[in-house]
Design a protein around this ligand. Structure first.
Ligand SMILES: CC(C)(COP(=O)(O)OP(=O)(O)OC[C@H]1O[C@@H](n2cnc3c(N)ncnc32)[C@H](O)[C@@H]1OP(=O)(O)O)[C@@H](O)C(=O)NCCC(=O)NCCS
Length: 185
């Protein structure tokens, strides 16, 4: 019997999608980390420069990821294909935290970032009871990332003009937020 390959590809994708999880990223994940860290398409709107050395990746995982207060690998079948983090603030700014995320380019356009952001949104306010606002700053030229946040229930609040310097150029950033009291989508 002839095999309907498009159908089985679809089934495979659905199966993979249902197996998305978040877990700590550690040193043994460095080869998977290198897949997205060495990709210019992924680093384009990020503060870091595309990685060229595995040693730099090991140092980043050791010095930044492992001690980070909230950094998780986005996994399919427990294998990292991206990352998501929340940076807390202290003192009078402790009511808000900033979310950031990325997905290896091979997996773009399948709803994976949206699913990961929704997973964080559904747990972070109970994990951190002081948190009332989860915010994100997204480059105006990164509509895909703005869309991810809107699909996860974030509201666009405005544009912060000439807000930060990324890769030598001053950037306008869209600010979006989700409050602990907002409906989670
Ligand atoms: C942004 C990023 C995380 C999105 O990941 P993803 O898994 O592809 O996201 P999703 O599939 O959940 O959703 C993407 C949405 O953006 C839309 N989109 C993508 N590119 C777009 C574009 N150029 N213009 C408008 N919409 C776009 C998609 O169509 C989709 O929306 P839809 O479901 O309504 O069709 C991924 O592209 C990435 O890792 N980029 C590099 C790192 C980065 O920019 N991180 C964010 C920093 S703030």
């Amino acid at each position: 019997m002839e095999r309907d390959s498009s159908k089985s590809d679809e089934n495979e994708k659905e199966e993979e999608f249902s197996d998305i999880s978040l877990r700590p990223l550690d040193l043994s994940d460095v080869d998977d980390f290198m897949v997205w860290a060495t990709d210019d398409r992924v680093s384009r709107f990020c503060r870091w420069n595309t990685y060229t050395s595995k040693e730099d990746a090991v140092n980043y995982i050791k010095n930044t990821v492992i001690p980070h207060p909230w950094f998780k690998a986005i996994c399919i079948k427990n294998r990292p294909i991206g990352a998501i983090s929340v940076i807390p603030n202290s003192g009078e700014d402790s009511c808000r935290g900033e979310i950031g995320y990325l997905v290896a380019s091979k997996y773009w356009g399948q709803g994976i970032a949206t699913k990961a952001v929704k997973m964080v949104a559904s747990t972070i306010f109970s994990e951190w009871p002081n948190l009332e606002r989860l915010e994100a700053l997204v480059d105006v030229e990164n509509p895909g990332s703005q869309r991810v946040l809107e699909k996860a229930g974030f509201q666009k609040e405005g544009v912060l003009r000439k807000y930060c310097i990324q890769k030598g150029s001053t950037r306008d950033m869209v600010v979006l937020s989700l409050l602990s009291t907002d409906p989670k989508l």
